[in-house]
Ligand binder design. Sequence first.
Ligand code: NAI
Ligand code: MG
Length: 327
Amino acid sequence: MTHTVAVIKGDGIGNEVIPAAIDVLDALEVEFEYEYGEAGDAVKAETGEALPEETYELAANADATLFGAAGETAADVILPLRDAVDSFVNIRPAKAYPGIEAVRPETDLVFLRENTEGVYSGHEDDLSDDLSTLTRVVTTSGSEKLAEFACEYVEASDDHDGFSVVHKANVMRKTDGRFRDAVLTVAEEHGVETDEVLMDAFATRVCLDPEQFDVIVCPNLAGDVLSDLAAGLVGGLGLLPSANIGDDNALFEPVHGTAPDIAGEGIANPTATILSAVLMLEHLGYSEQADRLETAVETVLAEGPRTGDLGGTADTEEMTAAIIEQL
Ligand code: NAI
Ligand code: MG
């Protein structure tokens, strides 16, 4: 069966890493039908809209979307796109690969981040010249849905026994209290092992000893910040993929942004986007191809050629060609 994949390069290095991922998918000979859409700063400058209606519809109607990055307009693009695919969880694996100089080479974490609520639900107001406010949204139903997913995720895997719930319910008693209670109740129903860690303490503990953690279930902002912290532990933002999963649709994107400091030079690390394609292959049922591609990426990370952010001298094309060669 052919799957339709919406492809949105966006701005900056999105225009470099997405074509790299498509080249790699082409080499795998998977039968994807690609439909290209525009979003981001450049299309906003042209049309006044960062996310044109047709791009939203493209993502909403595809089997999956591969997205690069958007610049200043990131929030106007990625938040509605996550909505277009009805995503309730953002999966962010942060794994240190052999051969990469990582602060903590033993790091192997998976963040399951709530993806629509918390402080990212868009309820911000300017109440006076001096005062702005933000409403934090947490629902029992949203938290339970994330928890159901987390339980099924660890149950389906031989690598994971349970998860840590990371929150700040000692201060945000009502919102994170609701989140915490809902997640723990669902986990108990499933008989899935859990522990609880306050998010500030988690930040220290994961730096000192990442091996004490495995799967982390957390609210939206915490997941955003702590997974970037984990990117630092494993060797940089150029390595981290992510999957935004909905009931019938999904969107895959590198964790990084448009990297304006190197955009246009052809030297961006394609790994995060290619590993996002691995997650997309798994999600669409191409597990054999996903495994082959991940192995090829691992081999190139270990043996080179590598891009500059990983201490190498290769450009995007050379690193991509090496991955294709491994395939
Ligand atoms: P960034 O992730 O674009 O860059 C941070 C640093 O990491 C830079 O030094 C960059 O060169 C490096 N880097 C990131 N990805 C890399 C790669 N693949 N290869 C080599 N080096 C890489 O984050 P920053 O600088 O905070 O944001 C830049 C722009 O991107 C902003 O306009 C921001 O709004 C946007 N952004 C968009 C996101 C999205 O579309 N999902 C996510 C994060 C930021
Ligand atoms: Mg982020």
